[in-house]
Design a protein around this ligand. Structure first.
Ligand SMILES: *Cc1c(COP(=O)(O)O)cnc(C)c1O
Length: 392
């Protein structure tokens, strides 16, 4: 028995090392990694340039304190603003922390304009993290059950439904912000209508609300653009990042622009580790390598290849409800719970995931080659076909 708290039903495998999109377990068996630690290992495993940059930084400085100026952090913030068009960055260590910062920022923004009980509109099936405020914002009873009382101040509407938001606007004058994932990750790789974000931007402008995008899972190159919302013409007021930002080194960010910028003053928010020299170097180096190695266009090409492969194979297949995603964030929804497929794929040397009970989820590292993508198709497609042909 392990002395770990029993928070994860873990698969019976432990990895010892990796290279690119491959991992090896303690028995020497090799696995193709189509999950990347849940959208974290952007550059795959043991990327030589990344490893070298981290080694240099570790030999120089790991942590000082946010009591001092941190040059690595300033460089990262400059780079993040350059690629996003945002104006300022708060650095933290995880996705839930980035969203906590966004929620606090929205509340303070509300208080600054005289709203004493600010509300934030959130979505059904959303996932924003497991701290008290972020699990309250999350649209899953499974995540919330047992942790009541929940944090107040969230108003929930259906995903991809602008009329529901207009109705809230008509009746609730305490709304200060809308928080939404441009592609819902944990909720089942759910995408929005292509005009949704543009129209939501308009509503937010008319109402004086902040548009806050949680790009913790779908951001950082996964969709083929730096950020998923960049497939539209809009700019958010607040955007949160984490998962893929440090290629495995914990780092999160909350970015602000426009009317959200300048909300926090010294003393309003903080983090001991947030943006330390090691984490900032990991994130900055990740972004630089993504640029040098053209990983955005690569993610588009390999994502298209995978999506087309799945669509050709499962076009009109009974049991396949839909195939969704963009770039290297892909979901295949089946008509029955399919958690078993994770173990079956593992036995075939492939790491995948199932979310929302019925959705096979692929989040491979952005360095996945076309030959490796073909291997993913060659393993997943027959497994799904077999699984669907079996009775319950
Ligand atoms: C994973 C995730 C989070 C939470 O990130 P943690 O680093 O686990 O706290 C928040 N939002 C989205 C969209 C996520 O996918």
């Amino acid at each position: 028995m392990s002395h770990l708290m029993n928070t994860y039903a873990r698969l019976p495998v432990a990895f010892t090392h990796g290279e690119g999109a491959w991992l090896w377990d303690s028995n020497g068996k090799r696995y193709l990694d189509a999950l990347a630690g849940i959208a974290v290992n952007t550059l795959g495993h043991a990327h030589p340039k990344f490893t070298a940059a981290l080694n240099t930084q570790i030999g120089r400085l790991i942590h000082v304190s946010n009591i001092y100026q941190v040059r690595e952090q300033e460089q990262l913030a400059d780079k993040l603003c350059a690629i996003s068009g945002m104006q300022e960055v708060f650095l933290c260590n995880s996705g839930c922390e980035a969203n906590e910062a966004a929620i606090k920022l929205a509340r303070m923004f509300g208080h600054n304009k005289g709203i004493d009980t600010p509300n934030i509109i959130v979505m059904e099936k959303a996932f924003h993290g497991r701290t008290l405020a972020t699990l309250s914002a999350t649209g899953s009873r499974k995540v919330q059950a047992g942790f009541e009382p929940l944090v107040k101040g969230f108003v929930r509407v259906p995903f991809d439904d602008l009329d529901a938001i207009r109705q809230v606007a008509a009746h609730n004058h305490d709304v200060v912000a809308v928080l939404v994932e441009p592609i819902q990750g944990e909720g089942g790789i759910r995408t929005l209508d292509i005009h949704y974000l543009e129209q939501l931007r308009q509503i937010c402008d008319q109402q004086g609300w902040l548009l806050m995008l949680d790009e913790v899972q779908c951001g950082l190159g996964r969709t083929g653009k730096w950020f998923a919302h960049q497939h539209t013409g809009i700019l958010p007021d607040v955007m949160t990042l984490a998962k893929g930002l440090g290629s495995g080194v914990p780092v999160g960010a909350c970015l602000a622009a426009g009317k959200a910028a300048g909300t926090f003053k010294p003393g309003n928010h903080g983090s001991t580790f947030g943006g330390n020299p090691l984490a900032s170097t990991a994130a900055l180096t990740t972004l630089e390598i993504m640029e040098q190695d053209n990983l955005l266009s690569h993610a588009t090409a390999i994502g298209d290849f995978l999506l087309q492969g799945f669509r050709e194979r499962f076009n009109n297949a009974t049991g396949v409800v839909s195939i969704r995603g963009q770039g290297l964030i892909i979901g295949i929804e089946l008509n029955k719970p399919c958690g078993d497929l994770v173990q079956r794929a593992l036995a075939h040397g492939l790491l995948i995931n199932v979310t929302a009970d019925t959705v096979i989820r692929l989040l491979p590292p952005l360095v996945l080659t076309q030959a490796e993508a073909q291997q993913v198709l060659d393993i997943v497609c027959p497994l799904v076909t077999d699984f669907l042909s079996q009775g319950d």
